[in-house]
Design a binder for this molecule. Structure first.
Ligand code: ADE
Length: 415
């Protein structure tokens, strides 16, 4: 595809996603007049997708000076990067399939602008800023973080007393994790697996490793396609939830023996380890939808294998000495973004509305904040929910005055 065609495709796809992001559009309309981010330099490290492009356009409408890089080497949509650079004049440093040096080179290119606000998905930008580019910390008033894994890293930094500025955990807003993590990851993970393999999901033993909000979404969508779903969890409450949600629940060794498709969504390292790989059936498919490519022990698999080859786009076959073949999708990186398009715009609308409103809130309140991880203020979270419902034409019941009084009272009991 020529550069011109790439740019055209990017613009078309960005516009298509924009039509499905009415809450973000409403924020952009207000910001066009108010310009709350006027002159602020905002460095973003996010998956470079059509949805992210619409967030960037909104932030630009708010007056921010922007720089964008990728938050994963395989999630970049090159047409989107081309359109952002060429048409929308938003400096975007990202290329699909970037190697490690290029990936970090792009992060540093964004940091070179000396951001006042950082916006992360996985905390790589903030991490480089806190380690290799500490001289730039003085410019920063605050940051935001998009994903569970990033929030875990930031809370660890806060605990260790090394976090140098306040950060808002966008992931933890109700209008983010209840929808993006569950319905977004659910749909896009199945989409990624199906695009990569064209494997029939119905009737397969589909193992979901991790039953947080992402795992719940993946399990439900797989079941909806007719899979026989098994869940592996370390948390007793969540494992119990999996049972009562109607799934088989087991430990990883049991699951390794019966599974045909495996998806990790734990946020932790080596959830599928060498001992599990050793038990798997010939033909097992392994995918990860957690933020980092550490959830499947790929080093161990590479050591066990006597041969490896790419058999389809995003599908690598590992041949084991006993003849078994295991298939790893998208290098064990986020399968939903590497082999599909990530979460649909309809849910990213809410996630990125939270990002936009959090950046605005940070710009107004940063000086009163400590070097801590903050929640998205409840009123912003609720505003996103109300705007989304309005955009969908869904009415919300109001409490009557009598009901409000009843909820605030303690006198009335059994009548
Ligand atoms: N994370 C998951 N899906 C995404 C998308 N479509 N755009 C940006 N970040 C995402």
């Amino acid at each position: 595809m020529s550069d011109k065609e790439l740019v055209k495709k990017g613009v078309q796809r960005i516009e298509w996603a924009g039509e499905r992001m009415p809450v973000l559009k409403e924020i952009a309309e207000r910001w066009k007049k108010e310009k709350p981010l006027q002159g602020l330099r905002l460095g973003a490290c996010l998956h470079v997708t059509t949805e992210t492009a619409n967030l960037m356009l909104t932030l630009k409408e708010g007056g921010a000076i922007l720089g964008l890089c990728a938050s994963n080497p395989l999630s970049t949509q090159d047409d989107v990067a081309a359109a952002l650079n060429e048409v929308y004049q938003i400096p975007t440093h990202a290329v699909h399939g970037a190697d490690r040096d290029t990936y970090y080179g792009h992060i540093n290119a964004v940091l070179d602008m000396g951001p006042n606000i950082t916006m992360d998905d996985g905390a790589d930008l903030i991490n480089v800023l806190h380690t290799e580019r500490q001289d730039l910390v003085k410019n920063v008033i605050g940051g935001t973080e998009e994903t569970t894994t990033g929030v875990i890293r930031l809370k660890a930094m806060e605990q260790a007393g090394v976090l140098k500025y306040p950060v808002i955990a966008v992931n933890d807003a109700h209008t983010k994790y209840l929808f993006d993590n569950r319905y977004g990851t659910g749909q896009s993970t199945l989409d990624g697996i199906m695009r990569a393999t064209n494997h029939l999901v119905a009737g397969t033993v589909f193992v979901v490793v991790g039953y947080g909000w992402c795992g719940k979404g993946v399990a439900r969508r797989a079941a909806g396609l007719g899979a026989n779903v098994a869940v592996v969890e370390v948390d007793p409450f969540k494992q119990l939830e999996a049972v009562m949600d109607g799934f088989r629940a087991m430990d990883m060794k049991q699951a390794a023996e019966v599974g045909e498709i495996f998806v990790t969504v734990t946020g932790d390292i080596n959830a599928i380890d060498a001992e599990h790989l050793a038990l798997m059936k010939d033909g097992a498919i392994l995918a990860n939808s957690g933020h980092f490519n550490v959830e499947i022990n790929l080093e161990a698999l590479a050591k066990m294998a006597i041969g490896r080859r790419e058999v389809r786009g995003n599908v690598e076959e590992f041949k084991l000495p006993d003849g078994r073949r295991l298939y790893v999708l998208a290098e064990g990186r986020l399968v939903n973004l590497a082999s599909a398009e990530g979460h649909p715009a309809h849910v990213m609308d809410m996630s990125f509305a939270n990002q936009a409103l959090s950046a605005e809130w940070m710009s107004r309140n940063a000086e009163n904040l400590e070097r801590r991880v903050y929640k998205v203020p409840d009123e912003l979270d609720e505003m996103v929910a109300r705007l989304k419902l309005k955009s969908m034409g869904v009415k919300l019941q109001e409490l009557t005055e009598e009901q409000k009084r009843y909820l605030a009272s303690f006198e009335m009991g059994t009548t």
